[in-house]
Design a binder for this molecule. Structure first.
Ligand SMILES: Nc1nc2c(ncn2[C@@H]2O[C@H](COP(=O)(O)OP(=O)(O)OP(=O)(O)O)[C@@H](O)[C@H]2O)c(=O)[nH]1
Ligand SMILES: [Mg+2]
Length: 377
């Protein structure tokens, strides 16, 4: 899947591009105070700009004890909202109305999970199969289960050990951890790792083992031991890195980041639509210049770039961006090649929304091509 929907480059204007936020601030000032002021249009534009600037809202949902708090902390989503649990007696079913819903499963989806998930558009949903350490005996078992559930639910399901991801996010492997883990890894008796009870069975290192279990859980300890068996000299930071990777948090982070960027980009498209609507509504006369001011913004490089990002993020065409390393093309040739490709989509028999998105992408790449090649100056 593409990562091309983010604003990964500044807009393609010549010289120092004015950040689009500053341009919008001065546009608002002009509508409210300048010689061409039009306060009613100014207020409506301010509301549209505010909506665009508001970060996408994220909810973390799932059944009670599925690991919603752990997922929230593992992702560092301090502004996300943990909903009421799904399928809990005396608790109403939570309304999943955020821009992005992270739905946490910790086992096969139940009818209640399915019912709730069916209320959220799949393109706004990421499902997590948490407690992957408790599924089967190898990571591949959790991956297979996640794929199976994903096919049933029609959304991507990512396996995760959120409890470990929380620990690697904030913790460090101390010298004491490392020493105890090396001793354990060198011990040929791996039956200790079969269950928490066996792990803390009485014995010479019982206190150290209990500490390890408390700090890293059995899954973390088992991962660290197998890494140290491969290379007993692994230093603490490398071990922490391995545990972080073993938690499965990175693919989830990437998926969430991409969806977040995609939703932010789509909002850019909504902003342009609203500004175009307001420009059409603004009646020239009485010295009001709102229409000119808005149209001048809408034809600027910044606005065309926002339109390009929104076009690429449209759910019906986003799959066509898979081979784009970034939204911005490498050079003028790349820009014109992309423009031609999107032109073909505009004239295809895809639904109107997809063709409109393609038109935005086409217009954007033509503009970038003009800037990069020096044409149209
Ligand atoms: N084995 C395992 N346990 C986990 C994992 N993630 C969370 N847990 C445990 O599952 C229990 C519930 O985790 P929480 O994060 O509190 O789950 P929650 O959905 O927020 O729970 P409530 O808000 O109490 O309904 C805790 O005991 C966690 O330690 C995991 O990946 N693996
Ligand atoms: Mg909780």
């Amino acid at each position: 899947m593409s990562t091309a929907t983010g604003s990964d480059r500044p807009s393609p204007g010549r010289g120092a591009a004015t950040p689009v936020h500053e341009r919008l601030d001065s546009l608002l000032a002009e509508l409210r105070r300048g010689p061409g002021r039009d306060p009613s249009i100014g207020d409506a534009v301010a509301a549209a700009v505010d909506a665009w600037r508001t970060p996408p809202r994220i909810q973390v949902a799932g059944r009670a004890r599925a690991g919603r708090s752990a997922v929230l902390h593992a992702l560092g989503l301090m502004t996300a909202q943990e909903t009421d649990p799904v399928d809990q007696p005396q608790t109403p079913t939570p309304e999943l109305d955020a821009d992005i819903v992270v739905y946490v499963l910790s086992a096969a989806p139940t009818p209640a999970d399915r019912r709730v998930l069916s209320t959220v558009p799949p393109e706004r949903t990421i499902a997590v199969l948490n407690k992957a350490d408790a599924i089967g005996s190898r990571w591949a078992d959790a991956v297979a289960a996640a794929e199976h559930y994903g096919a049933q639910l029609g959304v991507s399901v990512v396996p995760l050990v959120a409890s470990l991801a929380v620990r690697t996010r904030t913790g460090v492997v101390t010298d004491a951890d490392l020493a105890a883990l090396r001793t354990l890894a060198a011990d040929s008796d791996s039956s200790l790792l079969l269950s928490p009870d066996l792990f803390i069975a009485p014995g010479p290192d019982a206190a150290e083992r209990e500490q390890l279990l408390h700090r890293w859980d059995l899954y973390g300890v088992a991962c660290a031991c197998s890494a140290l068996r491969h290379d007993p000299r692994l230093p603490a930071p490398a071990l922490l890195q391995i545990l972080h990777a073993a938690s499965g948090i990175d693919p989830l982070h990437r998926l969430l980041h991409r969806l977040y960027q995609q939703i932010a980009a789509l909002r850019g498209g909504d902003l342009l639509d609203e500004l175009a609507r307001l420009a059409a509504r603004a009646v020239p006369g009485d010295g009001g210049r709102a229409r000119d001011v808005l149209e001048s913004f809408l034809s600027s490089d910044d606005a065309v770039w926002l339109g390009l990002l929104a076009g690429l993020a449209h759910p019906d065409v986003v799959h066509l961006t898979v081979d784009y390393p970034a939204a911005a093309p490498l050079d003028a040739n790349d820009a014109i090649a992309r423009a031609k490709r999107w032109r073909a989509v505009v004239t295809s028999d895809l639904p109107a929304g997809a063709r409109r998105a393609a038109l935005r992408a086409h217009t954007g790449y033509v503009r970038v091509w003009e800037r990069m090649s020096g044409a149209g100056l």
